[in-house]
Structures are given as structure tokens and as C-alpha cells.
Write a protein that binds this ligand. Structure first.
Ligand code: PLP
Length: 292
């Protein structure tokens, strides 16, 4: 029974509705973010808010969707939604979508609506996943074979293959999917970036076919504080199979160890020590216990 920010106003949760002819509902062109707020010693804090807002505006720009508000307005809206809903911790979903002013594929005659909702959302893949790791299956769906540029955008239409990949993995008894790019290199999870560790070196795919994850960027910074060597490069499936450790990162999934890929145990088959260290540093950072 909270409130949702919609086009500049706080609207009661139940009244924040759209028409069935909402353009984005039909054609899937829209952009969104996933942001988390954590409890910190100084109260509730939104982790990496400017970065998320910037990426949302970048995504809209890539899709040529004119934003009807500026970044400051959106930042304030996000803070206000968390506050007015009385949330200590929250998952926050800003989204921009085309209205119901017209059908057909041209969009220049449509209004762009912006909304921000927030709710309490615990661990995305479960607490056990954070401690013991998850089982992952390489997907038959590839990442963004249609348009490589689009992986720079968190766009609604981009999630069709993420959802199909996750569905496939779940149906086969796995916890998550790993998507390869059009050339067969490792890209990312359905909603997470991937890291592997071998001989103490941290590797992650470059951004050719993965979303520029904000958690990924945080992990790269934290890895430096551990004096780890970090290499961003193309990674093959084989390299994941023979890694000592592997983990996914994302605002929703946070830092989730991967214990198995395609029935091959990764390292000891449980959370690895460097993964655990990075996980601890990550939770310290989001909960304001770390200078990062
Ligand atoms: N890759 C995809 C496809 C995603 O949807 C997300 C999620 O938000 C990520 C990676 C991780 O990005 P971030 O760490 O910014 O949440």
C-alpha cells in the first residue's frame, strides 16, 4: 500500500496503472534500471545512484527515447520513493515507457512516461546461493545476437532472450543461465556479469557483449584493494570449467558464487576463498562499512 512516482507525482500503489494499449506493452521498447538501497550506519543509502541514473539516461539515448525529466529530478524521485514507503532496504525499479497515444512502430508521436517503484526484495537467488554457490547451464540462447549495441542499454526488449535462457536453465534443474555471445564466447548471466579466478588472477569478459554492470565496476575496484591482477578479456566456456572460482555479479544477485557449470564442478565445487573475500568487501561497501 505504498506510493509509486509516476510522471512527477506520487501515486498510491494501486492507482499506478497503465492502459492496455500502452505502446511498450506491445512492442517492448522501454528502458529500466534495478537499484538497491541498503541499511548503513548513517541510515538507508542508495548504492551507486548517480551511476544507475546515468545508465538509464544512456539507455534512453541509445533507443532515441526523449527523457521528459532531468537526472536530478529522477535522483530525487528515487530517494523520495524509498523514504515515503518507509523502506530500510529496497529494490528500486525506475522505468521509462511509451504511452498509449498511438499504435504502429513509429514512436515520435508518443509520450515518454517515467515511473519509480520500490519494495523490499531479499536475496535474488536465495541465501544458500550466496554461501554455497549456484549451478549454471550454458544457454542455447545467445546474448544480443540481434544488435550488439543494445547490450549497452538496459532495455525491456533485451530481456526476451534473458528470460528464455533462465526458463531453459530452470526447466533443466539449474539455478541460472550463462549466455554466450554470437561468436561463442562467454557473455553474461541472464541478469548478471560473470567473473572467474584462476591462479589468483581475476578475469571478466570485456564489454563487447555484456552489460556494463555497476556491480561489475564495483568488484573491479574492490579487487584492486586486494591487489588482485584483473584482466578484462574474451573468455571461453572451457576457461570457466577449469577456473578455480567463478561468480556472478549484479544489483539483484549481488555477488553469487557459481559452483558448477554444465555439470563440471568449478574448483572445489563451493564458494571459493577469493570470491568470499570480494563478497565480504562488496557487502561492506553497500552497507557503508567500507570507504569505497
Ligand atoms: N547483465 C544484465 C543482462 C543485467 O540485466 C544486469 C542487471 O542489472 C547485469 C548484467 C548487472 O548489472 P548491475 O550490476 O549494474 O546490476
Amino acid at each position: 500500500d505504498g506510493v509509486i512516482w509516476l510522471d512527477g507525482e506520487m501515486v498510491p500503489w494501486r492507482e499506478a496503472k497503465v492502459h492496455v494499449l500502452t505502446h511498450t506493452l506491445h512492442y517492448g521498447m522501454g528502458v529500466f534500471e534495478g537499484v538497491r538501497a541498503y541499511q548503513t550506519p548513517r541510515g538507508t543509502a542508495i548504492f551507486r545512484l548517480p551511476e544507475h541514473t546515468r545508465r538509464l539516461f544512456d539507455s534512453a539515448h541509445i533507443l532515441n527515447m526523449p527523457m521528459p525529466c532531468d537526472k536530478d529530478t529522477l535522483n530525487q524521485a528515487i530517494v523520495q520513493v524509498v523514504r515515503e514507503n518507509g523502506l530500510d532496504t529496497a529494490y528500486i525499479r525506475p522505468m521509462c515507457f511509451y504511452g498509449s497515444e498511438g499504435m504502429g512502430l513509429r514512436a515520435d508521436n508518443l509520450k515518454v512516461h517515467v515511473m519509480v517503484a520500490a519494495w523490499t526484495w531479499g536475496t535474488y537467488l536465495g541465501n544458500q546461493a550466496l554461501e554455497q554457490g549456484i549451478r549454471v547451464r550454458t544457454s542455447s540462447y545467445t546474448r544480443h545476437h540481434v544488435n550488439i549495441t543494445m547490450c549497452k542499454a538496459k532495455a525491456n526488449g533485451n530481456y526476451m532472450n534473458s528470460m528464455l535462457a533462465l526458463q531453459e536453465a530452470l526447466a533443466c534443474g539449474y539455478d541460472e543461465a550463462l549466455l554466450l555471445d554470437a561468436e561463442g564466447y562467454v557473455a553474461e548471466g541472464s541478469g548478471e556479469n560473470i567473473f572467474i579466478i584462476r591462479d589468483g588472477v581475476l578475469y571478466t569478459p570485456d564489454l563487447t557483449s555484456a552489460l556494463n554492470g555497476i556491480t561489475r565496476a564495483t568488484i573491479l575496484t574492490l579487487a584492486k584493494s586486494l591487489d588482485l591482477t584483473v584482466i578484462e578479456k574474451r573468455i571461453t566456456r572451457d576457461e570457466v570449467y577449469i577456473a578455480d572460482e567463478a561468480f556472478f555479479t549484479g544489483t539483484a544477485a549481488e555477488v553469487t558464487p557459481i559452483r558448477e557449470l554444465d555439470r563440471r564442478a568449478i574448483g572445489s565445487g563451493t564458494r571459493g576463498p577469493i570470491t568470499e573475500q570480494l563478497q565480504t568487501l562488496y557487502f561492506d561497501a553497500v552497507q557503508g562499512r567500507h570507504p569505497d
